[in-house]
Design a protein around this ligand. Structure first.
Ligand code: HEC
Length: 160
């Protein structure tokens, strides 16, 4: 009877799905901040020195901002929402646009900010690493902000 065969097919398919589901989750390596930083380097340069009047440096201002709760939220929002000035960084004016960095989940944003805070911006107050959870909270808190809103935060949170 073909009824048996009809029953057997979903069983085989079901078993295959169960086998797949039982596989341990491997290959999900933690995001590599240095690799992600390559996209930032296209504008901010490999050393983070930036380009005068065009791309601000990722240096003393970054570390200063990362030492305060409001500044940390700002840094997450710069990456997740983008930023569009006017903006003054280390005494110099910028009036440019950084697009929101698409495709970075919370762990990836934390990884790239931690790479900047430890390898690129090396001067300033002690750097406390970002966690994915902190990034998630900050990202959600500014989910409807524009790049211009983010720029307006800068002075309020102690940037300059
Ligand atoms: C397409 C060019 C571009 C890319 C790519 C880019 N940025 Fe920016 N970034 C800018 C510009 C331009 C500004 C300043 C915007 C302005 O003039 O208002 C800025 C500002 C910033 C600031 C604010 C600095 C401060 O002291 O307040 C931070 C932090 C920052 N970027 C981090 C990053 C990180 C991290 C990445 C990579 C994930 C990145 N940027 C990728 C162009 C870029």
């Amino acid at each position: 009877m073909s009824g048996l065969r009809l029953l057997a097919l979903p069983l085989v398919a079901g078993a295959a799905i169960l086998t797949l589901a039982a596989q341990p989750v491997t290959g999900a390596a933690p995001p590599n901040g240095a690799v992600i930083y390559n996209r930032c380097a296209a504008c901010h340069t490999a050393t983070g020195k930036g380009i005068p009047a065009t791309y601000p440096p990722l240096g003393a201002d970054f570390r200063k901002l990362a030492s305060k709760p409001g500044g940390r939220r700002y840094l997450v929002l710069v990456v997740t929402r983008g930023i569009s000035g006017p903006l003054t960084v280390e005494g110099k004016p910028y009036r440019n646009v950084m697009p929101a960095q698409a495709g970075l989940d919370d762990a990836a944003v934390a990884a790239v900010l931690n790479h900047v805070g430890t390898r690129i911006a090396t001067q300033g107050p002690a750097f406390k690493p970002f966690t994915s959870a902190e990034v998630g909270t900050a990202r959600a808190s500014g989910a409807s902000m524009t790049g211009n809103d983010v720029a307006r935060l800068h002075t309020a949170v102690g940037g300059g």
